[in-house]
Design a protein around this ligand. Structure first.
Ligand SMILES: N[C@@H](CCC(=O)N[C@@H](CS)C(=O)NCC(=O)O)C(=O)O
Length: 259
C-alpha cells in the first residue's frame, strides 16, 4: 500500500465549475483513488477571478502543496502517481496505456466540446435550471452576480461557444460518431474500454458523456427529463439505449460512488 498521509494544508484544492463535465472527470478520479480534496466551485465567467492566479482561464485546476495542474488530463496523470497499489488510471504496460491515452484525447477534444455546445443549445433558455447547476456550491457574491447578470452571461456563452441550431446539429452528429466508436470498442462484450480494468478512458467517456445521458448518480446534474425540451429528451433517450450509453450509465451505477 502506498496511501499517502495527507495533512490538512496539503489537501488538494479542486477549482471548478460544479456542472463542468471536465471537472466531473477529475472529481471522479480523485474519489475513485480515495484522495481527499476540497472543491471550490465558481459560477461560470466568475471562475476567471479564481483561475487567473494560475495563468489559466479554464477549469478544472488542481492545486496541490507543490504544484498546480490546469488541464484534466494532466491532473489525472498526476493523480495516477498517487494511486494505491492495484488501482491505477493508466495501465502500467505501455501498449494499453497508449490506448487509454488516445481514447482520453479523443473524448476530451471531441466529445466534451460537442456535448457542451449541444446541451447549452437546449438548456440556456431555462434560467432556473441554469441557476441550480451553475450556482451549486458557489460563493454568495457570485450567486448575486448570476441573479443580476444572467441574460448577459447567457449571451456571452452563446457567442463564445458559437451556439446555434446549426452548431447543435453538427455537435450531435459528432456525439453520435463517438458513441459509435465506443459501441465498436465494446462489441466483444469487454467490461471496460481497454483491457479488463477500469481506467482513465472509462472515467473520461462516462463523465464527458453525462450531460447527454443524465445518470441518476451524477453529483450535480438532475437525471429527470421533465422540463427538458422534447427534442433534447428524445435524443437523451436514444443515446441512453445505445451500447455506449448503457455502458456509461453502468459505470455511474457501479463505479461512481463505490465504498
Ligand atoms: N482541455 C481542458 C478543457 C476544460 C474546459 O473546457 N473547461 C471549461 C468548462 S467545461 C471551462 O473552463 N470553460 C470556461 C473558460 O474557458 O473560460 C481540460 O481537459 O481540462
Amino acid at each position: 500500500m502506498n496511501y499517502q498521509i495527507v495533512t490538512a494544508s496539503a489537501v488538494p484544492r479542486l477549482i471548478s465549475i460544479a456542472v463542468s463535465h471536465y471537472c466531473e472527470k477529475v472529481r471522479w478520479a480523485l474519489e475513485w483513488l480515495k484522495i481527499p480534496y476540497v472543491e471550490e466551485s465558481h459560477v461560470p465567467l466568475f471562475h476567471r477571478f479564481a483561475t487567473r492566479e494560475y495563468g489559466s482561464s479554464s477549469v478544472p485546476i488542481l492545486v496541490t502543496g507543490a504544484d498546480t495542474f490546469t488541464d484534466s488530463t494532466d491532473i489525472l496523470h498526476y493523480l495516477n502517481t498517487l494511486a494505491p497499489e492495484g488501482r491505477y488510471l493508466y495501465p502500467p504496460d505501455p501498449e494499453p496505456c497508449r490506448e487509454v491515452e488516445q481514447l482520453e484525447e479523443l473524448f476530451d477534444t471531441k466529445l466534451g466540446v460537442s456535448i457542451r455546445g449541444w446541451a447549452y443549445f437546449y438548456r440556456l433558455d431555462d434560467r432556473e435550471a441554469m441557476r441550480r447547476v451553475w450556482c451549486k456550491g458557489t460563493p454568495w457574491v457570485e450567486q448575486v452576480g448570476f441573479a443580476i447578470a444572467y441574460p448577459i452571461m447567457r449571451r456571452l456563452v452563446q457567442q463564445s461557444l458559437n451556439i446555434t441550431a446549426a452548431s447543435a446539429a453538427s455537435s450531435l452528429q459528432e456525439i453520435k460518431q463517438i458513441f459509435d466508436t465506443v459501441n465498436q470498442q465494446l462489441a466483444d462484450n469487454r467490461p471496460y474500454l481497454v483491457g479488463d480494468q477500469f481506467s482513465a478512458a472509462d472515467i473520461t467517456f462516462a463523465a464527458l458523456a453525462a450531460p447527454a445521458l443524465l445518470p441518476p448518480e451524477h453529483p450535480v446534474m438532475p437525471s429527470q427529463l421533465d422540463g427538458i425540451k422534447s427534442e433534447m429528451a428524445t435524443t437523451i433517450k436514444e443515446l441512453r439505449a445505445t451500447p455506449a450509453g448503457m455502458y456509461a450509465l453502468r459505470l455511474y451505477r457501479e463505479q461512481r460512488h463505490f465504498s
